[in-house]
Design a protein around this ligand. Structure first.
Ligand code: NAI
Ligand code: MG
Length: 495
């Protein structure tokens, strides 16, 4: 385990210091020496920098992962030993939980408690996959007389994980947990807007006993380091969470080498409130599902379908809630923090403006705290009512604190509208009618359906992924182990 003083950057939040890539167990800068400034979204101030890696750095990381996969101690370890390393990583993340939560919160602008929630989930992911590593086994298959046939789960080899900025700790943990449990080695490319905790976790993975080259992290821009990684012939499998357009580009790059991919691409997830719903339980969840992380959540509940008889009552109650919401700096731990960067804040503002031009009505808005620093990327939460279900606002991901509400009449229309986008990630169904709970849940095209509840957040055990434009493949839960491995069939003839 090689430590340089620079790695302490990630332990001492507050100093402007230069973080390094983790390649082959070493902390190294980009070969070009180029760096990307790391600014805090709450005030826009630069507090650190990360390497701006290019093709050569990505190539070094992939080679190191390849070597670790083929010839390193990792390739000879039992599944139980790999599991033990992940369990130790879980314990180390717990030891450093406060530091990681603070770093994540500062790097992304998310409220302090969300940083804590993200670390808590990361601890669970490494714990879960540590325990699962030696439990993903194959089958013995009844075959011809005189033969024995069985299947086993083989690692893909080198897995590339391209991680977004909204939940870096959590998304890295679900990717790395499942990939390492199955015996793959990793090259991670975090988002240029939030790379720090990924570097820190790779450092902790070394401390947990991950052999050099198993867990590599190269930071850099998507179009540069990310593109080089997804097109690299030394990569065997690519997993990505992020925008639909970037997902398409990554799939095209991976297709040049005929590599498998897992794609988690966001959504326009509906919450359906039937007239018999328990509104006291539902409404706080509806609000949280769109403002959590400033709405920058793939599974954000961004469409609200309200049954006609309760429409006015629900909108009035939500208007009261939205008017009271305040966006504040991450450390104030308010209702929501700033958005990740100026581009995202502009994008959200433009979508709000376009929706108004489209005829959607702003029913209520929250506010930005008076003392929020000028340089921060704040957006007040917005509740839109009477939205046309076919309008851009109801069809496209905003990725900000913007809820699009509209009404429906009866179960049939609810299902049709809920399924009426190209996405299919998550849905919430609120009704006390047991038969309707099952009927509607069954008919909704989404990777996860919640009844009288909502939120993928903490559910480490629950398989997660999309239909349609929301992507394909499944992460989280035991299912992720299947995505992170391939079935091998072995046949013996009894001669
Ligand atoms: P993005 O999808 O472009 O970025 C996600 C990751 O992909 C980052 O690590 C980035 O560096 C990398 N990347 C970008 N271009 C790449 C390329 N050509 N090849 C390989 N990797 C590449 O998302 P961006 O631009 O930061 O955000 C824009 C929109 O994307 C958001 O408004 C939101 O709608 C969506 N998004 C969805 C997320 C989700 O959880 N589903 C997460 C982040 C963004
Ligand atoms: Mg940042």
């Amino acid at each position: 385990m090689l430590k340089t003083p620079d790695t302490t950057l990630l332990r001492t939040v507050g100093e402007e210091r230069a973080a390094l890539n983790v390649i082959g167990g070493r902390m190294v800068g980009a070969q070009s020496g180029a760096r990307i400034e790391v600014a805090c979204p709450s005030d826009g101030k630069v507090f650190a920098s990360v390497p701006q890696s290019g093709e050569v750095d990505v190539d070094a990381a992939v080679r190191s992962a390849r070597q670790a996969f083929e010839t390193g101690p990792w390739s000879r370890m039992t599944a139980a030993e790999r599991g033990r390393i992940l369990s130790r990583l879980s314990a180390l993340v717990e030891v450093h939980a406060d530091e990681l939560a603070a770093l994540e919160s500062r790097d992304t602008g998310k409220p302090a408690r969300q940083g804590v929630a993200d670390v808590t989930a990361a601890i669970r992911y490494y714990e879960y996959y540590g325990g699962a590593a030696d439990k993903a086994h194959g089958d013995q298959i009844p075959f011809l007389d005189g033969y024995t046939a069985f299947t086993s789960r083989e690692p893909h080899g080198v897995v590339a994980g391209i991680i977004p900025w909204n939940y870096p700790l959590q998304i890295l943990a679900r990717v790395a947990g499942a990939a390492l449990a199955m015996g793959n080695t990793l090259v991670i490319k975090p988002a240029e807007d939030a790379s720090l905790t990924s570097l820190r976790i790779a450092d902790l993975a070394l401390e947990a006993g991950c052999p050099a080259g198993v867990f590599n992290v190269v930071t850099g821009y998507g179009g540069e380091a990310g593109a080089a990684l997804s097109a690299h012939p030394g990569v065997d499998y690519v997993t990505f969470t992020g925008s639909t357009g970037t997902g398409t580009a990554i799939q095209q790059a991976a297709a040049l080498n005929n590599r498998g991919v897992t794609m988690e691409l966001g959504g326009k997830s509906p919450q359906i409130l039937f007239a018999d719903a328990d509104l006291d339980a539902a409404l706080p969840v509806v609000v949280n599902a769109i403002i959590q992380n400033g709405g920058q959540t793939c599974s954000a509940g961004s469409r609200l379908l309200v049954e006609k008889p309760i429409h006015d009552e629900v909108m009035a109650a939500l208007a009261r809630s939205f008017s009271a919401l305040v966006a504040e700096p991450h450390h104030a731990d308010g209702d929501l923090g700033p958005l990740i960067n100026a581009r995202q804040a502009e994008r959200v503002a433009a979508m709000i403006e376009a929706a108004e031009k489209d005829g959607a009505e702003i029913v209520a808005q929250g506010s930005v705290a008076d003392d929020a620093p000028e340089g921060g990327h704040y957006r007040a939460p917005v509740l839109f009512g009477g939205v046309d279900p076919l309008s851009q606002l109801a069809q496209e991901e905003v990725f900000g604190p913007v809820l699009a509400a509209f009404s429906f009449e009866g179960e049939e229309e609810a299902v049709r509208l809920a399924n009426g986008t190209q996405y299919g990630l998550v849905a919430g169904v609120w009704t006390r009618d047991g038969g309707r709970q099952h009927r509607v849940a069954r008919r909704i095209r989404a990777g996860q359906v919640y009844v009288n509840a909502y939120g993928a957040g903490g559910g480490v055990e629950l398989p997660f992924g999309g239909f349609g434009r929301s992507g394909h493949g499944r992460e989280k839960g035991f299912e992720a182990l299947y995505d992170m491995s391939a079935t091998k069939t072995t046949v013996f003839r009894h001669i």
